[in-house]
Design a protein around this ligand. Structure first.
Ligand SMILES: [Cu+2]
Length: 176
């Protein structure tokens, strides 16, 4: 008989379920001064990929505008702030020098919009791992957050998602 279909399926299910639950438990928000950085996340990259993307939500609970000036991480040679612009129907990335966060504002870094661009990745980003990312603001101090690496095809953070089979790894290097 050997390996039955059933036992293989059970094995695969166990393998897929465990990291999802771990991720849900460890989903983190980070606070610096009046700013809150919510579930920073990234996507797994192909072995040969040179670039990676990081998304997050930044909330300013204070009374003054603050500004995200720069980002750095030990996983990449260079880190930039990017946005997407619609150039006659073609989405193109463009560097932004800083991101203003007005009092009471919620800034979303998300696919097809603002994002942190990791350039010159030193190693592929592996699903269900974390890596540090340091955000430097004009007024608030710098803060180092832990970025959760999700599946390559994910389009939103899975923080708080209690499971499901919706983040199976996908092949290929997603463009953005
Ligand atoms: Cu970019």
């Amino acid at each position: 008989m050997g390996f039955s279909r059933m036992s293989l399926a059970a094995l695969v299910a166990a393998f897929l379920t465990t990291p999802l639950l771990t991720t849900a438990v460890m989903a983190e928000d980070f606070t610096v001064g009046t700013l809150k950085v919510e579930h920073p996340w990234s996507r797994a990259t192909a072995k040969t990929a040179q670039t990676g993307l990081v998304y997050m939500v930044i909330e300013n609970g204070g009374k003054a505008v603050d500004r995200l000036l720069s980002v750095s991480s030990p996983v990449a040679e260079m880190v930039m702030l990017h946005t997407h612009i619609d150039n006659n129907g073609v989405m193109k990335m463009q560097e932004v020098m800083s991101i203003d966060i007005a009092p009471g504002a919620t800034i979303k870094l998300a696919p097809n919009g603002l994002h942190v661009m990791l350039m010159g990745l030193k190693a592929p980003l592996m699903k269900d791992t974390k890596f540090p990312l340091t955000l430097t603001f004009e007024k608030a101090a710098s803060i180092t957050v832990q970025v959760e690496v999700q599946g390559a095809g994910d389009i939103e953070p899975t923080a708080g998602n209690m499971g499901g089979m919706d983040n199976m790894p996908e092949m290929g290097d997603h463009s953005h």
